[in-house]
Design a binder for this molecule. Sequence first.
Ligand code: NAD
Length: 328
Amino acid sequence: MLNIGLLGAGRIGRIHGSNVAAHPGARLVAVADASEAAAQAISAQTGAKVAGIEAILADTAIQAVVICTPTDMHADLIEAAAKAGKAVFCEKPVDLSAGRIRTCLKSVEAAGVPLMIGFNRRFDPNFASVKQRVMNGEAGNVELVTILSRDPSPPPAEYVARSGGLFRDMMIHDLDMARFLLGEEPVEVHAVGSSLVDPAIGVAGDVDTAAVLLKTASGRIAQISCSRRATYGYDQRIEVHGSKGMIRAGNVHTTTVEVATGAGVVADPVQNFFLERYAAAYRIELQSFLDAVAKGLPPSPSGEDGLRAQVLADAATEACFSGKPVRL
Ligand SMILES: NC(=O)c1ccc[n+]([C@@H]2O[C@H](COP(=O)([O-])OP(=O)(O)OC[C@H]3O[C@@H](n4cnc5c(N)ncnc54)[C@H](O)[C@@H]3O)[C@@H](O)[C@H]2O)c1
């Protein structure tokens, strides 16, 4: 039984907190949040005590922490938890600066604790099956990876201004998925972006619509299409094309019901956003972390995966705003 402390009890913290509490191999012992009400809500639901971050890190009965605070706290908390000897699961991204991620990973290595980063989409049963089939060789040699990733609606411009921009905040998941499916590291990054959805996002210096092309040393190509708005819900599709064929995973709808008439076939909408679409992925992700810690194996995705996705997000940002491809 692994005793776990939750740091940050907001949108994603509530999901991980409930999953820890429901897991037979883990116990949610304590929860910390700057908002007393947010921490109390999880405490009431799970029985975990409300505590400060320092108290959780100092508690030797707590063996692992799940970090769900805002991004700008992640690197400091990872380091503090590592120094306290705790296994760490941290939400993406590790930090908005690749340099800061590197120093953070050095501290984790020195402390010798396991670190896993929350690239939850790797654990989505549909996408995991695509990956497994790619690994089985069912598509043959991978040539083209296509990722379509569109949020239902844009976040407020105030959020965008502090987010690090679309490539670091949103597309980072897709950049990780591209690495995951390509099976090789991209060495060339092309990017274009526009503010077409919300002019305030453009005023904040960001884009809300973007396309990225990645190329690996052997010539494999990934294309990523991102938008902050999709009128039909959370659009999450991937496709891997190779020498033997194509493997793809489509959207998940709210029901499997279809109505067919002479006018066409109508399905229910796709699931609205990440809390619904990736509910299973978050559970399996936590299971994977707990398994790795229990078996003493390095968890995956690792801190290094967090760094590599960030380097790609930085390169995409540079390519978009300079209008020139970036070589890595
Ligand atoms: N993997 C995913 O699918 C996914 C989804 C959403 C968010 N995230 C990531 O998770 C992180 C949190 O995002 P969110 O949407 O849950 O944000 P949120 O704002 O809903 O929650 C953050 C929580 O941290 C608390 N907090 C802020 N400052 C604090 C402090 N100094 N000490 C303690 N608690 C503090 C806030 O009160 C809030 O409850 C972000 O880094 C985000 O990128 C990942």
